[in-house]
Design a protein around this ligand. Structure first.
Ligand code: PMP
Length: 352
């Protein structure tokens, strides 16, 4: 760039989200979205929304949503933080809690946004190697650090770790903030919410994007002690007081209040996940045990990058990461039964 101000501009390698292909008839299994629509109560809330109220700023504290989340999780509203998707909540958590000179720790195979935030906010980090089976060794986190960050279930493996392992890590890391990213927890893993009364340094981050079918609304939240939530609020209010708009607050609260629909759709996704894993195993794939709404699959004879391209040519979109240790895996979001049948049929043809 031959411009006199160029050396003063920020240079950064940014996160690359899964592509959003618009072609008709596409099967989109690449961004861990939910194949079912959100609760009918969300549609009703949007229909009943009074556009005249948009003339005013929204409730900066999003009381309606915080109260719904607090009631559902047996917490006080002062233990709940809400944001514009869990990416926003995590980015604010990085700025609020990872402020020491010591590196933060997270697994070597994990959500690829973490190193991007480390770069953006200049947070030093070290990765902790997962075992050959992609499982977490809690002892590997037993060292002085600026913080611990662990998705549970992990992405893109889908593997969920038991509560006892999370508590073991918390017990050995009392002098820093431990963030558990529970973006996928509702598809069969154990939430760490029950550990909150014991660990003031625990922050749990969740999202409405996956289990609540609201990726397009951009709503996420965190649960923690009043000390952690108060710090997040102070940092948010030093940056943008209104990260959640009035429509998002109403629609997300309506979703949280419909527990029956939430349970029904999560169960449907989990049932389809198990049936799809069986069908893929029958085609020769190895599938990691998943407690998420996606499968991480590898084929001993076929190159994953080639499978990815061959599926793409048929308008079936899955995710491929050209990264060490996982460059022969496909991450396949669980869709409807019909979409998964299309996927396995296509793979059968490609493999034959
Ligand atoms: N954490 C993990 C592990 C994820 O995979 C994602 C989805 N890309 C997120 C957080 C962010 O989701 P959202 O911003 O839609 O809440």
């Amino acid at each position: 760039m031959n411009k006199p101000f160029a050396d003063k501009l920020r240079k950064i390698a940014s996160y690359v989200p899964g592509e959003q292909p618009q072609c008709a008839g596409r099967i989109k299994l690449n961004a861990n979205e939910n194949p079912y629509p959100p609760s009918p109560r969300v549609a009703a809330a949007l229909r009943d929304f009074d556009a005249a109220t948009l003339a005013f700023y929204p409730d900066a504290n999003a009381h309606r949503l915080k109260n719904a989340l607090a009631a559902q999780n047996g917490l006080k509203a002062s233990q709940v933080f809400v944001g514009n998707g869990s990416d926003d909540v995590l980015a604010l958590a990085f700025q609020s809690f990872f402020c020491s000179d010591q590196p933060i720790l997270y697994p070597d195979i994990t959500y690829s946004f973490y190193p991007v935030w480390c770069g953006l906010f200049r947070v030093p980090y070290e990765t902790v190697p997962l075992g050959a089976d992609f499982r977490v060794n809690p002892r590997a986190f037993d060292r002085r650090s600026g913080g611990v960050l662990l998705p549970n279930p992990n992405a893109p493996t889908g593997i969920g770790e038991p509560l006892a392992l999370l508590e073991d890590i918390l017990r050995h890391n009392a002098d820093c903030v431990v963030i558990i990213d529970e973006a996928y927890v509702d598809f069969g893993a154990e939430s760490a919410v029950s550990l909150l009364p014991k660990y003031e340094n625990l922050l749990i981050v969740q999202t409405a994007s996956k289990s609540r079918s609201l990726a397009g609304l951009r709503v996420g939240w965190a649960f923690g002690s009043e000390t952690l939530i108060g710090t997040l609020e102070a940092v948010k209010n030093s940056y943008n007081s209104y990260t959640l708009d009035a429509v998002a607050i109403e629609a997300a609260a309506a979703s949280v209040e419909d527990d029956a629909y939430f349970r029904k759709t999560c169960k449907q996704v989990m049932d389809t996940r198990e049936a799809s894993a069986e069908a893929l195993r029958a085609l020769g794939f190895s599938i990691l045990p998943s407690q998420a709404n996606f499968l991480f699959a590898t084929h001993p004879q076929k190159n994953a990058a080639e499978l990815f391209e061959a599926l793409r040519a048929q308008n079936i979109f899955v995710r491929y990461f050209d990264l060490p240790r996982i460059d022969n895996y496909l991450r396949i979001t669980v869709g409807t039964d019909a979409q998964m049948a299309r996927l396995t049929d296509a793979l059968k043809t490609i493999l034959s």
